[in-house]
Write a protein that binds this ligand. Structure first.
Ligand code: AMP
Length: 427
């Protein structure tokens, strides 16, 4: 199976809105691979663009070298976010392929020359707008700066080659044609790219090949919204991934970015990030707890527990199978924790079930990357008190639970009861 996702334009740090799209598709690709799909996943790097040229000029730099530096910073951030699924391809490494596409469009009479570049004649592609369902395809938002020229045949015509460099839309089709051929399975990107970028890709590739559809399935990640607007470099409402990673772990950020369905918008708020932090700590605590109490577990397998884990696993994969419903998959995990935790606290858990559960959580983490594995573990005495408090709460002995909580606090730790269960942190 073949997946292509629109990657970054490298002239600045990525923000957590960009990161949302990249994390969503990273997790999606890992999910597909976990089901046995032989997936090729390519992401492009836009390393030539107006914004790059302008920014480089401002700083007295040479654009190619400037872009290279930002490309490296992008890889650092992607790695820090646990993004490992794609293979990256630079636009500027594919100039011959881009020129070949430009030439073929000219040969077919679909592209025409003006004094500053080559343009795609939209009147030659009546299907333009079919992806976004837009009828107003020539509006102001249809063209970028590079596409402006008063002599164009149609107002929406876009530039595929300008003077000495490629137009933006044609980078992606040249790259995908080279590695995937003229048709492939899934194309992803942020929702802002549906029109005109993805419409233009369809127009270019279907015109060249005559094969329809160009891609079988389009997936668009919803926006990360801050203060009512899409988080964006131009809206000055962004937080860079680097800044976010100084405050939160990559698991917390991934949990947060996957906490609403990928097509829906996601609100930026500190509270949402704090919730995600609580959730990932809870997951880590639970895994620690299984490891911690292994010695005290029953030896014989309990089929009822094995069935609960098995059902949880089925529900988890079913949620992902269902249009990659990550919030639903998260809910399955926390339900499982809620149901199994009392059995662990009361020492009714068995070793074979513990092994099943750990293997399942390991697979979950390989796909979603949401369970921190390096959280410092608590001192044994605190763990015992925490356990005693949980048991008291389960027995509705709240006086005892409060007493134990005080003892935990006296030993220098704080207990916060969150929607995801009790969390303990050093004061
Ligand atoms: P850019 O570097 O601006 O070309 O964006 C890189 C990727 O991030 C593209 O797939 C965009 O669609 C996506 N993107 C940009 N802003 C946001 C946002 N606020 N929320 C989600 N995705 C975004």
């Amino acid at each position: 199976m073949k997946l292509f996702v629109c990657g970054p334009t490298v002239y600045d740090y990525i923000h957590i809105g960009n990161a949302r799209t990249f994390v969503v598709f990273d997790a999606f690709a890992k999910y597909l691979r976990s089901t046995g799909v032989d997936l090729e996943y390519i992401m492009n790097i836009t390393d030539i663009d107006d914004k790059i040229i302008a920014r480089a000029k401002e700083q007295g730099r040479e654009p190619a070298e400037f872009a290279k530096e930002w490309e490296e910073k992008f890889y650092e951030d992607a790695k820090a976010l646990g993004i490992t699924a794609p293979v990256y391809k630079r636009a500027m490494d594919h100039v011959p392929e881009i020129q070949s596409q430009v030439q073929r469009l000219r040969d077919k009479g679909i592209a025409y020359e003006l004094e500053d570049g080559t343009y795609f004649d939209l009147s030659k592609f009546p299907d333009y707008g079919k992806l976004s369902g837009r009828t107003d395809i020539q509006g102001d938002d249809a063209v970028s700066r590079i596409d402006e020229n008063p002599n164009k045949r149609n107002p929406g015509d876009f530039c595929i080659w300008k003077k000495d460099r490629p137009g933006w839309h044609i980078e992606d089709t040249a790259i995908t044609e080279k590695y995937f051929g003229p048709q492939y399975d899934i194309h992803g990107g942020g929702a802002d790219l549906k029109f005109p970028h993805h419409e233009a890709e369809i127009a270019i590739m279907e015109s060249i090949s005559g094969l329809v559809p160009f891609v079988k399935k389009w997936m668009h990640a919803g926006f990360l919204i801050n203060k009512g607007k899409r988080m964006g470099k131009s809206n000055a409402n962004f937080m860079t991934a680097r800044e976010a990673l100084q405050i939160y772990s990559k698991e917390t950020l991934r949990f947060y970015l996957l906490s609403s369905h990928y097509r829906s918008p996601l609100d930026y708020s500190e509270d949402n990030l704090k919730q995600a932090e609580a959730a990932t700590s809870r997951l880590a605590e639970f895994v620690n707890k299984i490891n911690r109490f292994e010695d005290e577990m029953l030896k014989d397998p309990n089929p009822a527990i094995a069935m609960m884990i098995d059902q949880g696993e089925k529900d988890f994969y079913e949620a992902l199978e269902n249009d990659f419903n990550t919030p639903q998959a998260f809910a399955v995990l926390f339900d499982l924790i809620k149901n199994l935790n009392p059995l662990m606290t009361k020492r009714k858990f068995d070793r074979p079930s513990a092994a099943l559960l750990l293997a399942f959580f390991k697979s979950v983490n390989e796909i979603l990357g949401i369970i921190p594995t390096d959280l410092p573990s608590l001192p044994k005495t605190v763990e015992m008190m925490l356990d005693q408090r949980e048991r008291a709460r389960q027995d509705k002995n709240y006086d005892l639970a409060d007493k134990v909580r005080k003892q935990i606090e006296e030993s220098g730790y704080r207990v916060d009861d969150t929607g995801y269960g009790p969390l303990v942190k050093k004061k």
